[in-house]
Design a protein around this ligand. Structure first.
Ligand code: G6P
Length: 608
């Protein structure tokens, strides 16, 4: 949460920072601000609202070769001009942007005696503290203050005396630093750095970076260490809308290609002989997988729903008792763990604080952790024993779409690997499932070809006040994901339930004003789902069904039917996610909602 950008070097630093902030707005968009050198001093311009509002406030013709910027997701203090970052010390000598939470800020404020504070934020105190020990050496002052800060931070600091240097520090909140030919570019993640370079250093906790016009120096425990550069394979264009009205729509449409690339990189099907699964990143020997007694999948948000599907995949193929749970609860409960328990962390950003905490507590208890991650070099990827990268390109829309389907495909491949190693599926079954998975791209493509029809259905529900999503088996997590998508982008209240649970409560809500979307694909639980649909119809409810392409009968029951080509059990869950995403998108867009930046949400939740 909160996006930080810094730029020092040849070029227009303020323009680079503003462009960078725009790409980071998915991390928070309550307020925005920037600081730069002008007429021999530091000028700070900040505002409630978006980066577009900040642009309007900025004077013309600024030419600074150093600038820092921030886009905020408010934690301490209302989203207004004063609480917006950057924050400055009372004498204006030190100016900084901060992402994270300084837990002991109240105590630190008191320690500064009469010092006048302008904002209600926890961040401002850091600027005052640095100024209080500053005697002309910014690095020394920052390093002196860091041990006094409890909590989490990614900091980017500049001083009035030195237009040639900014100092950054990280503890608990991510910070990436791009090393371009003639500039150093800082970002909360790699996305704002990509237009300048793909050579990125991801700071580790406790590290401090000195960004000079001449280059980057990383320090740890007061000593200079080697720059650990990662080459990012995302292009700058991948983080642009590319002609689509919204990132969410673009990312929905990226799924066929992204999924095709993912499965073809991982599954090799020789004409003769067993399928070969490429498990690069999971450098864990087979003996370990044979001894796994239990699997816990930990995640938050959409990733948790993918984890629920993953649990079914693993139990069915690798035959290991598994369950999915919210990472936050896993961390704060006392889960019963031992080294034979494998923890799988699922996260698009690789930075979600709750998931990171779960990873750390699992490893402390001796468990191995495999993470399924999109963002290369992210904290969770680096702290895991093995990482399965989804490589589905930057996901900018706050509502996760392509990462969800890529997570399910990744978990499927991982479960097939474990099944192969443990001998719980034979070669024939492995080949059948692999062949199926290799078809995922065209199947999703076929759903997208019906987008206009789905849009027409969506138009009939734009004024709904509530929605129920219901499904059984893997249809249940999909129902939860469908409800989450709808509520986060359209602000229609929506609940996702196991359809079997409907009669234990939600059925009380059903009347002609409560549309119910059923995931009603043919399969083991089909008849039960049909009974649930009948129960809704008997109470006057409206039903939208997502049904198998060859289900002629369901038309008699449901008010609206979205057919998908669904043939192969678990892979259906990937295909089925797509109409849910489109439905939410079209309803939200028609209601005039800001689809890519829903109110109060942030893409990457790096606070607990
Ligand atoms: C936030 C986002 C969701 C996402 C969740 C987990 O709530 O708005 O879209 O699913 O975080 O994020 P992760 O990066 O861990 O997958």
């Amino acid at each position: 949460m909160c996006g930080i950008v810094g730029f020092i070097g040849k070029g227009n630093a303020v323009a680079a920072v503003l462009d960078g902030l725009e790409t980071l707005e998915y991390r928070g968009y309550d307020s925005a601000g920037t600081a730069f050198f002008s007429n021999g001093g530091i000028e700070v311009v900040k505002t409630k609202g978006r980066v577009a509002d900040l642009r309007e406030k900025l004077p013309e013709g600024i030419s600074s070769e150093l600038a820092i910027g921030h886009t905020r997701w408010a934690t301490h203090g209302a989203p207004n001009d004063v609480n917006a970052h950057p924050h400055a010390s009372a004498d204006g000598s030190i100016v900084l942007v901060h992402n994270g939470i300084i837990d002991n800020f109240a105590e630190l404020r008191l320690s500064l005696g009469d010092c006048k504070f302008k904002s209600e934020t926890d961040s401002e105190v850091v600027a005052h503290l640095i100024a209080s020990v500053y005697t002309g050496n910014l690095l020394a002052a920052v390093e002196a203050v860091l041990p006094r800060l409890d909590g989490t931070y990614a900091l980017c600091v500049m001083s009035k005396d030195n237009p040639e240097r900014m100092v950054c520090a990280r503890k608990g909140s991510p910070l990436a630093i791009g090393v371009a030919d003639e500039a150093i570019v800082v970002g909360s993640d790699a996305v704002p750095i990509l237009p300048h370079t793909n050579k990125v250093v991801f700071l580790d906790d406790g590290q401090v970076a000195v960004c000079d016009k001449t280059g980057l120096t990383v320090r740890e425990n007061g000593k200079v260490i080697e720059n650990n550069i990662t080459e990012i394979d995302w292009s700058a264009e991948a983080a642009q809308k590319g002609g689509y009205k919204h990132f969410m729509l673009k990312e929905i449409y990226e799924q066929p290609q992204g999924l095709t690339d993912l499965v073809h990189q991982r599954i090799l099907l020789p004409k003769n002989g067993e399928p070969v699964l490429n498990m690069s990143g999971i450098d864990i020997d087979d003996e370990y997988f044979r001894g796994v007694s239990r699997i816990v999948l930990v995640a938050q948000g959409t990733a948790y729903h993918a984890g629920m599907v993953g649990r079914n995949l693993i139990e069915r193929t690798a035959v290991i008792p598994s369950y999915a749970e919210y990472a936050a609860d896993f961390h704060y409960r006392d889960p019963i763990l031992d080294p034979s328990v494998l923890v799988i962390a699922i996260t698009q950003s690789g930075e979600t604080m709750d998931t990171l905490q779960a990873v750390r507590s699992a490893r402390e208890k001796g468990c191995k952790v495999i993470s399924v991650v999109n963002t290369v070099g992210s904290t969770i990827a680096r702290e895991s024993d093995g990482v399965f990268y989804m490589h589905c390109g930057p996901e900018i829309g706050v509502a996760s779409t392509k990462a969800f389907t890529a997570m399910i495909a990744s978990l499927y491949i991982l479960s097939l690997h474990m099944a192969q190693v443990r001998g719980t599926i034979d070669e024939h079954e492995l080949r059948r499932r692999s062949q199926d998975l290799l078809q995922v791209g065209p199947r999703v493509e076929a759903v997208l070809a019906t987008a206009n029809y789905i849009r027409q259905i969506a138009m009939r529900y734009v004024n709904a006040g509530n929605f129920l999503f219901l499904g059984r088996g893997t249809g249940w997590p999909l129902a939860m994901e469908g409800a989450l998508k709808l509520k986060e982008v359209s602000y229609i209240h929506a609940e996702g339930y196991d359809a079997a649970e409907m009669k234990h409560g939600p059925i009380a809500l059903i009347d002609e004003n409560m549309p119910c979307l059923f995931i009603a694909l043919k399969g083991r639980r089909y008849d039960k789902v049909i009974s649930n649909i009948q129960e809704v119809k008997a109470r006057g409810g409206k039903v939208i069904a997502i049904a198998s392409h060859d289900d002629d009968a369901i038309h008699e029951l449901a008010d609206d039917v979205i057919y998908i080509r669904a043939e192969s059990g678990i892979m259906n869950s990937i295909v089925c996610a797509v109409p849910l995403q489109l439905l939410a998108y079209y309803i939200a867009d028609t209601r005039g909602c800001d689809v890519d930046k829903p109110k109060n949400l942030a893409k990457s939740v790096t606070v607990e």
